[in-house]
Design a binder for this molecule. Structure first.
Ligand SMILES: CCCCC/C=C\CCCC/C=C/C(=O)SCCNC(=O)CCNC(=O)[C@H](O)C(C)(C)COP(=O)(O)OP(=O)(O)OC[C@H]1O[C@@H](n2cnc3c(N)ncnc32)[C@H](O)[C@@H]1OP(=O)(O)O
Length: 309
């Protein structure tokens, strides 16, 4: 958030902007430009950091980090997992050597199963509030990131998993009809809040969002591509290479110009949540703790178990 605020806070006229943009050929935003000429000490420099649920590989030559979500079995977004994701994102955002981020999954067949249903079922209002605050935090960090962000969607990505992908600048999905992506909340008897809806609408437009949200649609990769929910569909083993190719394309754009444009496009959506965070938490807590909603969630969890049996 700090980064976006400072970015939006930059006040300059056209000539100032031009000089900023010109200087971005030397300095990309507040981050130093990575020299294309590799000196011996720059060759093959990479670092890796692993917390229990998030592994980050940063290639210091290219300034691109790959964040692997590894919270078995299905990367469902629990409070602990979200906290680890937020800490990793914060570190990368502060790291001047990191300019691009690819988010992917280490779990087979699933990018992320969305919010952890167990965090919303049978929990105290206080705990639900804490959980929802962390969901807001993750969304804010991702949606306002100064980095180029690419979702390498290598498996199914319902609800909160789809939202995570939607926060990125570009989405590449594996061409496997067994996978699906979408905001399917209504199918669980719950409602995607306004900032989920806004993020979707910003991507696929009003009419498609109306249908997607009311029907709780989960799209197969080729259908997701048609509707604009993902930007590219590639063979499964090409998801990561395609993401690397894309991130380099985005990083070739002068960084100041790209970052300011991104902020400009997303600012009103971000402001809507930042100015309503507490009310949004209260809304969530009072909605999710209703007996009827708890009943829907219980039924849905039973369905998931039955599917396995
Ligand atoms: C009007 C004001 C409104 C205010 C706001 C109010 C409301 C709140 C809105 C909340 C927004 C919610 C967003 C969400 O993200 S809700 C979560 C939605 N997620 C799903 O629907 C996904 C459910 N899962 C699946 O469809 C599948 O698991 C799969 C991801 C496609 C993977 O399939 P598969 O590989 O076959 O794995 P299994 O189904 O066998 O699952 C393995 C175990 O994982 C458990 N699981 C799955 N998903 C979740 C989850 N999201 N949370 C917790 N646990 C999950 C599953 O039960 C299996 O457990 P088991 O091994 O113990 O049986």
């Amino acid at each position: 958030m700090m980064a976006v605020r400072s970015c939006l806070g930059v006040k300059f006229g056209v000539s100032g902007l031009l000089s900023q943009l010109t200087s971005s050929t030397r300095h990309h935003g507040s981050r130093p430009c990575v020299s294309p000429i590799l000196t011996p000490q720059h060759r093959n420099t990479s670092s890796s950091s692993t917390s229990s649920k998030v592994k980050v590989d940063l290639d210091q030559n290219t300034g691109v980090a790959v964040m692997h979500m590894q919270s078995p079995p299905v990367n469902s977004l629990s409070l602990d997992f979200i906290t680890e994701l937020c800490i990793s994102l914060e570190k990368l955002e502060m790291d001047k050597g990191c300019r691009g981020l690819i988010i992917t999954s280490s779990q087979p067949k699933v990018f992320s199963a969305g919010l952890d249903i167990l965090e919303m079922y049978g929990k105290s209002p206080e705990r639900c509030g804490e959980f929802w605050k962390s969901v807001q935090e993750l969304w804010l960090k991702l949606y306002s990131s100064n980095m180029v962000t690419i979702a390498a969607v290598n498996g199914s990505s319902p609800a909160g998993g789809c939202l995570m992908a939607l926060t990125c600048d570009y989405r590449i999905m594996a061409d496997n009809p067994a996978y699906s992506i979408g905001l399917n909340e209504t199918q669980l008897g719950i409602v995607a809040p306004f900032w989920f809806k806004d993020t979707l609408m910003n991507t696929i437009g009003l009419r498609n969002s109306e249908m997607a949200l009311q029907l709780g649609l989960l799209y197969k990769p080729q259908d997701a591509l048609k509707v604009g929910l993902v930007d590219q569909v590639v063979p499964e083993d090409q998801v990561l290479p395609a993401a690397v190719k894309s991130v380099n394309k985005w990083l070739a754009v002068p960084e100041h110009a790209r970052q300011i444009t991104k902020s400009m496009m997303r600012k009103s959506t971000i402001d809507r949540l930042t100015s309503n965070r507490e009310a949004d938490i209260q809304n969530f807590v009072s909605f999710i703790t209703r007996e009827s909603i708890q009943k829907s969630l219980r039924g849905y969890m039973e369905l998931l178990k039955q599917k396995k049996a």
